[in-house]
Design a protein around this ligand. Structure first.
Ligand code: 8IG
Length: 275
């Protein structure tokens, strides 16, 4: 196996040994030394996987050293390698969440591995709550910026990373070519696993957030630190706490994903083809 493992922009000192080992294993399992684009399918997005394209290879995350199976219903724990117009796309069906308590390195290992596998683009998707009442469940929203409200940093040491234009305006413009009406939002990552209180949602609104979730921000920070270009897309699966008069539950998240799968898959396939 001829391993390329040289991400174009990545400062290689930030790719830890574990990520390089994981990337080597993925190259062997996928039968290809370099991937170009990585995508994480979060809550509600897994049903869209089929629409991205037929996998050239598929394996369990547990077959890759340093990976663990996602502990959440609706996250399948598979990794696929898909060829789209000659681009090799690494598709992660599920992720490790901060609330699993395994620490920030476990949360961001997937991103470091994608960089070590050669990916220059990181597409992060998630299911989340929406603060805009016009965003009914099943509405996709581009992430234009985030607030890391976990109280944690995924970086180590005095490593100063610029987060201006973290969510690439170039990639967002490409998405708007595919779907001109896609709204944009500011994603606030909470530690979870509890949903917010209505008072916390009022706080989020006052500080400029329009999407609330439990992933993505820590991963995006690491992706940027490794020189990747980042696209974030949220699927609003519920109105944020206190807005609908109904309690929040995980089943509605999964159902909204199933209902929106075809549209989401189609959107992703078109975007990936453009990158
Ligand atoms: I799906 O309303 C989903 N994930 N924090 N709040 C937070 N995470 C979420 C929500 C939500 N919905």
């Amino acid at each position: 196996m001829n391993l390329i493992n040289t991400p174009v922009n990545a400062p290689t000192d930030l790719l830890n040994a574990a990520a390089l080992e994981s990337a080597t294993a993925i190259a062997t399992l996928a039968g290809i030394g370099k991937h170009d684009i990585a995508i994480v399918l979060g809550s509600g997005w897994v049903p869209a996987a089929e629409m991205i394209g037929a996998p050239a290879a598929e394996f369990d995350m547990t077959e890759v050293p340093h990976f663990s199976a996602p502990g959440v219903l609706g996250h399948s724990g598979k990794i696929r390698s898909v060829d789209i117009n000659g681009k090799r796309v690494l598709v992660f069906l599920g992720r490790t969440h901060f609330y699993e308590g395994k620490g920030v390195d476990a949360v961001t290992h997937l991103v470091r591995t994608a960089a070590a596998a050669g990916c220059e683009t990181m597409i992060l998707t998630n299911g989340c709550g929406g603060l805009n009442p016009e965003w009914s469940p099943g509405t996709p929203v581009l992430i234009k910026d985030h607030i890391n409200f976990t109280g944690n940093s995924p970086l180590h040491g005095a490593h100063f990373v610029d987060l201006t234009d973290l969510y690439s305006s170039r990639l967002r413009a490409m998405c708007h070519e595919v779907e001109p009406t896609l709204p944009e939002g500011v994603y606030v990552q909470f530690p979870g696993p509890m949903f917010e209180t209505p008072a916390e949602i009022t706080m989020v609104r006052n500080m400029g957030g329009t999407l609330v979730g439990m992933s993505t921000a820590l991963e995006a920070i690491v992706a940027r630190s490794l020189g990747m270009e980042i696209l974030g897309i949220s699927l609003v699966t519920n109105l944020a706490a206190g807005m609908s008069g109904e309690p929040l539950n995980h089943e509605e998240v999964l159902q909204a994903g199933k209902d929106a799968a075809v549209r989401m898959g189609d959107l992703l396939a078109k975007i990936i083809a453009k990158i």
